[in-house]
Design a protein around this ligand. Structure first.
Ligand SMILES: O=C(O)CCC(=O)CC(=O)O
Length: 270
């Protein structure tokens, strides 16, 4: 099954089976991307763990739904998708807005969350003025008008070489997203301040960030890690905002090492 209707939107997703008794790893992606950004991490983990990837509403092949969105809309979508797939007690790995969705899920549906990997994200990202300016640009001039500036935050200069086909491919991924879904998710980011609920996160948590992240820099991610009791904090060298694309091997190793520290539990999935 690749498409499921939850909360009145069709969500594009993928469930890759894995050995029984292993926790499911769920990946939630960032603003302006779809679940293909996780590919190079997923291929390294597939076979060892069941894996769920999905396109949040307004992105990839998922529906737009009612706009604008709140973080709760995205959180409730993921909760409903995991209920539909009969996944509980999962490791939720979220990048940027996907990491805010992961934090929100841990607060709202702790039964679904065994542990968190919070990647290049924070409890609060940007300011209202910044998001309102971004929404206005997207609505009046389209995503293309922002794309070069976004690429500078997402990727290191080494990745942005003109001859790097992957760089052009991910730029195309950004510009082909729905401008309406992108702006609606900017509104969700603008309105989200998870400081209080993130302070109460009680599951094992790994916080990671690219050393050259221009969207959620290391200091910001560290400030989130400090809110969460016992959280680990790791910096990935030679990566911008999207280490699953730029340094998938390093990120996968960090995820594996983190999972090795987790207690075994009851991890059913359908
Ligand atoms: O990537 C996200 O989900 C939000 C943070 C952001 O603004 C990314 C960007 O710099 O475009």
């Amino acid at each position: 099954m690749q498409f499921a209707t939850v909360n009145d939107v069709i969500l594009h997703h993928q469930l890759i089976g894995g050995p029984a008794g292993r926790p499911v790893i769920v990946f939630s992606n960032s603003l302006g991307t779809d679940f293909r950004i996780w590919r190079d991490v997923v291929v390294r983990l597939a076979g060892d763990y069941p894996i769920v990837t999905y396109d949040k509403r307004g992105h990839g092949l998922s529906d737009l739904g009612q706009v604008p969105y709140s973080i709760d809309d995205h959180v409730l979508d993921l909760a409903a998708l995991l209920d539909r797939l009969d996944v509980r007690n999962a490791i939720i790995c979220g990048l940027s807005v996907g990491g805010m969705i992961a934090q929100g899920l841990a607060a709202k549906r702790p039964d679904l969350v065994k542990a968190l990997v919070l990647c290049d994200t924070a409890h609060k990202i940007g300011t209202a003025d910044m998001w309102n300016a971004r929404i206005e640009s997207v609505e009046t001039k389209g995503i293309e008008s922002l794309a070069d500036a976004v690429m500078e935050r997402w990727f290191t200069p080494a990745f942005r070489r003109p001859e790097n086909a992957a760089y052009h491919g991910y730029r195309t991924m950004l510009t082909r997203q729905s401008a309406v879904g992108y702006a609606a998710t900017c509104a969700a980011l603008r309105d989200a301040d998870l400081t209080e609920s993130t302070r109460n996160i009680a599951v094992p948590t790994l916080c990671v960030v690219g050393d050259q992240d221009g969207s959620t820099p290391p200091d910001l991610v560290l400030s989130m890690a400090k809110l969460i009791a016992g959280a680990r904090y790791e910096v990935i060298k030679d990566a911008g905002h999207i280490p699953c694309v730029e340094q998938p091997e390093m990120l996968t190793e960090m995820i594996r090492a983190f999972i090795a520290t987790l207690p075994a539990g009851d991890e059913p999935h359908g």
